[in-house]
Design a protein around this ligand. Structure first.
Ligand code: G3P
Ligand code: CA
Length: 267
């Protein structure tokens, strides 16, 4: 499907592999992208942050501690903030061994490398600008990488890419600088505030714990910045009953660590 409106067309929500197929491979690695591809899942979600020397990398936490061996390789650099390390330093780290020994040797991908893998697999990307308040100007860096990798070409931007953030300011910035990019706001706005969001975001993407049928219906009644109804993609739903529940609330997409389970539940 395209970046929007899947439920409206097919009656079933899109299934989006959260941090890749992260129940089965280490999150936000190329292995997690490939695992989603093996499972036949064409949408992956990731998290993008910036190194000390300005490279964009794919990692969820704002420190390297949980998902790499930074504490072993750089014992004196606690708390191992992503922003305090160069791209070359991060490239030395193992981002797979924490998940299981068979994954040792996986790396923290640069965004460029990550985009190439998604593209080679014929997949699509829900890209999260993570903690942009820590990385002033990161939206400009992101747009430069996307352009350099061909992801702002018409064929890509219209079908393969959504940029989302918990920061409404960041989403608005991306929309204003590149209105052709489909955007998503992560959070659960009050229904009364949705028209303001609809000026700059195409998607409203709430936690499943705060999702209501009223919010979904109100979003669907509004048109986003490019004249299409707002869509709703919820996270993170990993079990069959949860998938059916949010489907019945009307969502357009389900972001999940277990995309095979969700797809099976939707039938
Ligand atoms: O895509 C939505 C979801 O990823 C937001 O939460 O913490 O997993 O980035 P988080
Ligand atoms: Ca995320």
């Amino acid at each position: 499907g395209s970046a929007e409106g899947a439920a409206a067309r097919s009656g079933q929500p899109l299934v989006i592999a959260h941090r890749g197929a992260s129940a089965y491979a280490p999150e936000n690695t190329l292995a997690a992208v490939d695992k989603a591809h093996e499972l036949g899942i064409d949408w992956v979600e990731n998290d993008v942050q910036r190194t000390r020397d300005g490279e964009l990398v794919v990692i969820h936490d704002t420190t390297l501690a949980r998902t790499t061996d930074a504490a072993r390789v750089f014992p004196d650099r606690a708390p191992w903030k992503v922003a305090d390390f160069t791209a070359a330093e991060i490239a030395r780290l193992d981002a797979g061994g924490w998940f299981g020994s068979r994954w040792a040797g996986e790396r923290v991908p640069t965004l460029s490398r990550y985009l190439r893998t998604v593209e080679a697999n014929g997949q699509k990307l829900l890209l999260e600008v993570k903690s942009p308040e820590l990385y002033p100007g990161v939206e400009g860096d992101l747009l430069r990488v996307l352009r350099a990798e061909g992801w702002l070409d018409r064929s890509h931007v219209a079908r393969r890419l959504v940029v989302q953030s918990f920061s409404a300011e960041s989403v608005r910035t991306v929309h204003e600088r590149r209105p052709e990019i489909t955007t998503g706001f992560l959070g659960t706005p009050e229904v009364a505030d949705l028209p303001g969001y609809a000026e700059f975001t195409d998607q409203i993407n709430p936690s499943h714990t705060s999702l209501t049928a009223g919010l979904v219906a109100a979003a669907h009644r509004l048109k986003g910045p490019r004249g299409k109804p707002l869509t709703v993609h919820t996270w993170t739903v990993d079990d069959a009953a949860g998938a059916v529940r949010v489907r019945d609330l009307g969502v357009d997409g389900i972001i999940t660590n277990r995309p095979d389970v969700v797809r099976e539940a939707l039938g």
